[in-house]
Design a binder for this molecule. Sequence first.
Ligand code: S6P
Ligand code: ZN
Length: 191
Amino acid sequence: MSDYAKPPISPGLISLDVSTGSLLPSGPTLTRRLSDLQGCFKNMEAWQQEVNNGNPIVYQVVSSVVPEIPRELPQSVTTIFPGSCDGELYMTKGHQHPDPQGEIYYGLAGTGGIIMFDGKQTSWIDITPGKIGYIPPGWAHRSINTGTSEYKFLAVYPGSAGHDYQWVLKNGMGLRAFTKNNKFELEEFNS
Ligand code: S6P
Ligand code: ZN
């Protein structure tokens, strides 16, 4: 398995293959199956059924060799596969940065978006290839594939940011994204 580079890191070039979502050189790859998204989907019975019935891969995250440590600037490419669970579109787990730092997402392929939530206000941003979504400090963020092909984006974030997944399980995300009768719909998180 590929691993992170050890500091001090030399200046370097990273090749991004948009068609595969791969990086060269690359660090670790994370694969999240439906079972890893416990507590994320509204219909928990449907989620459990689909976990028991094949437990599909929902998304993969390929990291660059730049490690998640203070003062470094890591990058990763996330690929969310198309799909839904009782109409709720495939998504990432979503997290807050325990060290409240901003982040950018750059659309590479497919169609998707970001739900953001600061505990009070919610926001939705459409992401398509060539668009940059800005996540300000203090806003939890979750990505959604709104289309029928793989949705890919590049994330660039401060190495000290970290990932707090419990915050989202406790506070929700303000909004949920569905496909209903082939139409995209956003709903209140607890509706
Ligand atoms: C890291 C950045 C992304 C996500 C990735 C998976 O700060 O926001 O690389 O980690 O899209 O999402 P999640 O919510 O499972 O970490
Ligand atoms: Zn993040």
